[in-house]
Structure formats: C-alpha cells, structure tokens
Design a protein around this ligand. Structure first.
Ligand code: SF4
Length: 198
C-alpha cells in the first residue's frame, strides 16, 4: 500500500481513505493513483510509526514541500497529522502543508485549527463554491446544511494560527460562481486558486 508518494516537487502523505464528502469532481472516482504512485487505496490506516519508517525511503532534500493529502480527508486523523508533522520537524525544515476540505471541526465536533499551530506551515482549503447551496451540490458533505459555514469558520481560525492559508475551487462551477468565490475569498483576505478539473 502507498503511504508516501511523490508528485512533481512535493512528497505526499496518504494517512486515510476516509472522507465525509462525495465531491462530484473527486479524483478517486476516476483513478486509484496519482502520477507514478501505486494504488492509494489503503488496506489499513498507517500508524504514526509506520509513516515514520516509510520516511526512511525518501530523501527530503529532493522536495519543496510535504503535503498531507488524500486519498481521503487527512484531518479525519488530525492527531496523527500533528504527530507526523512533529516528526518531520525533528528531521527537516521542509515546508509542511495540509490539503483539506475544511470540515475538521464537524468531524471532531470541536474547534481544531489551533491543533495545527506550530506544526503546519500552510493549509489549502477546498472552498468549492461561493455559497452553501452550491457547496452542498458539488461537495455533498454528510453534515449537510451546516458544512459551508463550518468551513468558513475553520478558514478564519486557520488565519490566526497558520502562516499560509489558501482556498481553492475547481472549475466544475461556472464563471460567475468562480468570480463570486474570488470575492468571498478576498473579503476574508485568503488567496483563491482555481483548479482545473482533471
Ligand atoms: S473532499 Fe477530497 S477526498 Fe473527499 S470527496 Fe471531496 S475531493 Fe474527494
């Protein structure tokens, strides 16, 4: 099974396949791997010790950043994210980023952004839409109506504790919705990246 995999200049950590969403554009519906990686479907969620052991197979000097990413929502395992990030910090100064759907507070039923303080350098949050109706249409979160507001609250909290916070949308939504997403992101002082589907 694939715990760490590299793609372009980044090294990715695959901690879980669990996710409370079912995004219409989710890559997991189309393929089981990214770049040259083997299958990203895990036969079990790796322990922190297994992740640490896996790092011995990679030269961190080759990468610009390490990213907690999929195949799933990494913050489902936020305690392990923090522990692994602490370990990375102990062996390297490399930038550490988390790609997240921003629903961690609902997953854990508490405020969670502060847990990432000091251990994570950057958080990329999937905004996905300029309002909750569209958000629920494209993201299909299991938490329903309250999800979008929770995401915005999480992003606001991240701004307090994390050096670099970004939003992203996928061009699955139309031009007008992308523009509205940009305006919302701007009003929160968070840069927005538009990703192309596939
Ligand atoms: S949040 Fe990410 S992993 Fe989860 S369904 Fe959406 S794209 Fe897929």
């Amino acid at each position: 099974m694939t715990i760490l995999y590299d793609y372009e200049d980044s090294l990715y950590i695959n901690l879980t396949n669990k996710c409370p969403c079912a995004c219409v554009f989710c890559i997991r519906k189309e393929t089981d791997h990214v770049g040259n990686s083997d299958s990203l479907w895990l036969d079990h969620e790796p322990t922190v010790e297994e992740v640490k052991k896996e790092f011995k197979n990679f030269d961190l000097n080759k990468y610009e950043e390490i990213v907690f990413c999929g195949y799933g929502e990494p913050l489902v395992r936020i305690n392990e994210v923090v522990e692994v990030a602490k370990y990375i910090r102990s062996i390297s100064n490399i930038k550490i980023r988390v790609n997240t759907n921003g629903l961690s507070d609902l997953i854990h039923n508490k405020k969670t952004a502060q847990m990432l303080k000091d251990n994570i350098d950057a958080v990329s949050i999937s905004l996905n839409a300029p309002n909750k109706v569209k958000y629920n249409e494209v993201t299909k979160p299991k938490f329903g109506e309250k999800s979008y507001e929770a995401l915005l609250d999480f992003a606001t909290d991240c701004k307090k504790y994390i050096k670099e916070v970004n939003f992203s949308v996928v061009d699955e939504i139309n031009e007008k919705e992308i523009q509205e997403s940009k305006e919302l992101a701007e009003s929160m002082n968070i840069p927005l990246r538009v990703r192309h589907k596939n």
